[in-house]
Design a protein. Structure first.
Length: 345
């Protein structure tokens, strides 16, 4: 039977657990850990770190942002993943090959993350590129919503082939605003019908395939005055209209785009009230402690269902798999490929 987890996902200071962190992870409000580049030396060290975390709390959900391109925390000893726009370019020229590569990329990512001891990567990015957002850009598969749907679906299938959950972000779409929600609160003033027919399309069509969703710290003023991650209206649509039944992760509550909701405790309460299951609080330990205090007595089973439940592959044995060798070579070649003019327009 799946046991409940606390709703708070924390970060760590460095590549090894400190004594203070070991004590912190034992707090019942903590349900997971997210790794950043500062926690990473190579794949083997990450595997050891994950093992050390599990010795403290075996039930914690361990996550990372490993999308490819510029968002890739674990580099040494693993495949250099291209930005997803490179796969989108393959799809535009040869759809069948592009879909196969997207599926294989999801599988390889899932296998490598599992071998490192992690439960999930926050992927795929389902934002539709519009040429406006510097924070999304080539993280998106495409500027065509249907291309994002097709490639996103294939990527999700690959993750599932590897036994790993798929977490789509950033609902209902971060690609239509120029501001970066890490440092500002973006406002998307487009009519709701425009968003529904463009940015929301991948989430609408893929909701049933996703195990998790991360909403954007963006206000869509035609629908709600609150950022999507603090909006019962948006998350209600996700659950009711789109039929999503998985786990909703808040984006980092320390980001500037989250400050609209108030102090750390107020942000936590607003995110939970809106329908988030797990709250990320990163790069601000004082805020994390405040959020933990606000979450006393709260837990949920949804995040626990995303734990990696298969026998983990051996990091050293992956190269013996023909699928890994073929996919590794293709992805590394794409990672070296210059950006095409079509992708910069």
């Amino acid at each position: 039977m799946t046991q409940p987890l606390g709703p708070v996902m924390l970060d760590l200071e460095g590549p090894k657990l400190t004594a203070a962190e070991k004590r912190l992870l034992l707090e019942p409000t903590v349900g997971g850990v997210i790794l950043f580049a500062r926690n990473v030396e190579n794949g083997y060290q990450v595997r050891q770190l994950c093992s050390d975390i599990r010795r403290v709390r075996a039930d914690l959900l361990l996550a990372v942002d490993q999308e490819g391109g510029r968002v890739q925390r674990i580099k040494e000893g693993l495949t250099r993943l291209p930005a997803m726009a490179r796969i989108g370019e393959c799809y535009r020229t040869t759809p069948e090959e592009g879909l196969l590569l997207a599926k294989d990329a999801g599988w390889l990512l899932g296998m490598e993350m599992a071998a490192c001891g992690l439960d999930l990567s926050f992927a795929p990015v389902l934002d539709v590129e519009s040429g406006l957002s510097s924070v999304i850009g080539d993280r998106s598969f495409s500027s065509d919503p249907q291309h994002v749907v097709q490639l996103g679906s294939a990527f999700i299938q690959g993750l599932h082939d590897a036994g790993m959950a798929a977490v789509g972000k950033h609902f209902p779409g971060h690609g239509g605003v120029a501001a970066d929600s890490h440092v500002a609160l973006p406002v998307d003033d487009r009519p709701l019908e425009v968003i529904k027919q463009h940015d929301l399309v991948p989430f609408t069509q893929l909701a049933s395939q996703l195990d998790g969703v991360m909403p954007a710290h963006v206000i869509y003023s035609a629908f709600d005055t609150r950022p999507a991650g603090f909006s019962p209206t948006w998350l209600g649509m996700l659950r009711e209209s789109l039929g999503f039944k998985g786990c909703v992760f808040s984006d980092d509550l320390s980001m500037a785009g989250a400050h609209e909701a108030g102090d750390p405790k107020a942000r936590a309460q607003a995110a939970l009230a809106a329908g988030c299951d797990m709250l990320l609080v990163c790069n601000d330990r004082a805020a994390a402690l405040d959020v933990m205090d606000a979450c006393q007595g709260i837990n949920t089973k949804r995040p626990a269902k995303l734990r990696y439940s298969r026998a983990r592959p051996d990091l050293d044995a992956l190269s013996a798999l023909g699928r890994w060798r073929r996919t590794h070579a293709k992805l590394e070649a794409l990672a070296d490929k210059p950006q095409t003019s079509a992708e910069t327009e």
